[in-house]
Design a protein around this ligand. Structure first.
Ligand SMILES: [Zn+2]
Length: 446
């Protein structure tokens, strides 16, 4: 198993590294006289710095590396800078400053770097209120001593005997997630809830929380998985906020992974939104299909079953909240959950499209309440020994008649069986819905 996991890790690593080497982009220029660099923004992260050029249109650009001193030069033929746009000094070990040169041939952006640096660049099309963008990720280099120190620290935590909870604040950096009408960003609120959640967990003896993101920066999927794995996570909790095109929907929801499909249309929509956001920010954050398949093989039934327990423990606490109403536990195919080999849930803590939820989410005490509820549920889950035991003994079958309000995962939990097992036994294919009076075949020990 370990050998297999190592192989997967290296496959992911090689996949990521293969995208880190710079490729010059020398597309044939279709010059647009109005092409303008409107803004230059940047977000330093522990392992990279992301620089985004907001453009007025489809971007044709050329990238060159120059030495003595080391520079990355971006030429935008025929382009210009918006009035007043200036370069900036940056207090980061990877880059000293960004310069803007207004040339007769077009716009030129120069990154002055203290040393040769691996980097990646790509263009993004407009999305919601984001314009065309050119994105640069400059990768920070670490000395062998720094790498060893980091590994040792993670290993110390993994082997400490504490229960490790990986807290994953969604989005970050150039990816704000959902936004309210008043401009509140999902990435900021979920970071605040996640910090409170981590604090709550760390206050409990025998438990330790690790955040996948500690500030406002991008973290790609591979990195989120690596943090979870290297610290020996016992469970993974991803924190998000919802948004919908109408403003009536409100309340929190908890999701765990479904490989084949979502429990309903809304669950499907939420998964598509979160998957899209996660895949939006970078081109090397999506794992190659066969790597994912191996991960799925290792994880699916047992981890999915345990994830449903985790979801129910947290749901029980969230249901008690008087502030944010609770909409229930659902299943959908989230890329962040399907890649993690540990019990994992995704909490959508409220709707940024609903003014009542937004009013609540502005209040620190409400965020603290949400965080404490999640912490309470996670700790109860890890303290309980009710992890599903998959029945591998001799089997027979009994019949279960579905009553009103029962869910498939609730029934699965009652009998200690994976949801998938129930589905396949009852020929339920991809349709997860059950109805009162329905007779389900249940496998049990003879
Ligand atoms: Zn989100």
């Amino acid at each position: 198993m370990d050998f297999k996991l190592n192989n997967i890790f290296f496959a992911i690593l090689i996949l990521c590294i293969s995208f880190l080497f710079p490729v010059d982009c020398a597309a044939s220029p279709i010059l647009s006289p109005s092409l303008e660099v409107k803004k230059i923004r940047y977000w330093p992260a522990p392992d990279h710095i992301r620089i985004v050029l907001d453009m007025s249109g489809e971007s044709v650009y050329r990238v060159r590396e120059l030495t003595n001193p080391y520079r990355i030069v971006i030429d935008i033929p025929g382009g210009k800078f918006s009035a007043g746009l200036k370069g900036t000094e940056i207090d980061d070990r990877t880059i000293d400053r960004i310069r803007v040169n207004r040339l007769r041939s077009g716009a030129q952006v120069v990154f002055d770097l203290p040393r040769k640096t691996l980097f990646d660049h790509f263009a993004l099309k407009p999305f919601k209120n984001h314009p065309h963008r050119i994105v640069f990720d400059l990768i920070k280099s670490f000395s062998p001593e720094e790498i060893t120190k980091k590994k040792k620290k993670a290993n110390r935590i993994a082997t400490s005997g504490d229960k490790i909870v990986i807290v994953d604040p969604g989005h970050g950096g150039s990816d704000p997630g959902a936004c309210s009408m008043s401009g509140i960003k999902e990435k900021d609120v979920v970071l605040e809830i996640s910090r409170m959640l981590a604090e709550s967990i760390n206050e409990t003896k025998g438990f330790k929380a690790i955040l996948t993101r500690e500030g406002d920066y991008n973290v790609d999927l591979g990195k989120r998985i690596e943090i979870a794995r290297s610290h020996g996570g016992d469970c993974f909790v991803s924190i998000h906020l919802n948004a919908f095109h109408h403003n009536r929907a409100r309340g929190s929801e908890i999701y765990f992974l479904s490989i084949d499909g979502a429990t309903d249309k809304n669950a499907q929509r939420v998964a598509e939104k979160e998957n899209f956001f996660l895949e939006l920010g970078s081109r090397y954050n999506t794992l190659e299909d066969d790597v994912q398949l191996i991960l799925l093989d290792l994880t699916k039934s047992d981890v999915m079953n345990r994830s449903s327990f985790l979801a129910e423990f947290v749901a029980e606490r969230m249901n008690r909240l008087n502030s944010i109403s609770f909409r229930g536990v659902k299943q959908a195919n989230f890329v962040v959950l399907r890649s993690i080999a540990m019990p994992s849930i995704l909490v959508e803590a409220g709707f940024l499209s609903n003014s009542r939820d937004v009013r609540l989410l502005r209040k620190k005490n409400i965020l603290k309440e949400i965080a404490s509820s999640i912490a309470g549920g996670v700790i109860s889950f890890l303290e309980s020994n009710s992890f599903a035991k998959v029945n591998n003994g001799k089997t027979g079958y009994i019949e279960h008649v579905v009553t009103k309000g029962e869910t498939l995962w609730g029934i699965a939990r009652k009998y200690g069986l994976p949801v998938n097992n129930l589905r396949s036994l009852n020929n339920m294919d991809k349709d997860l819905s059950i109805y009162p009076g329905q007779k389900l075949r249940i496998r049990s020990k003879e």
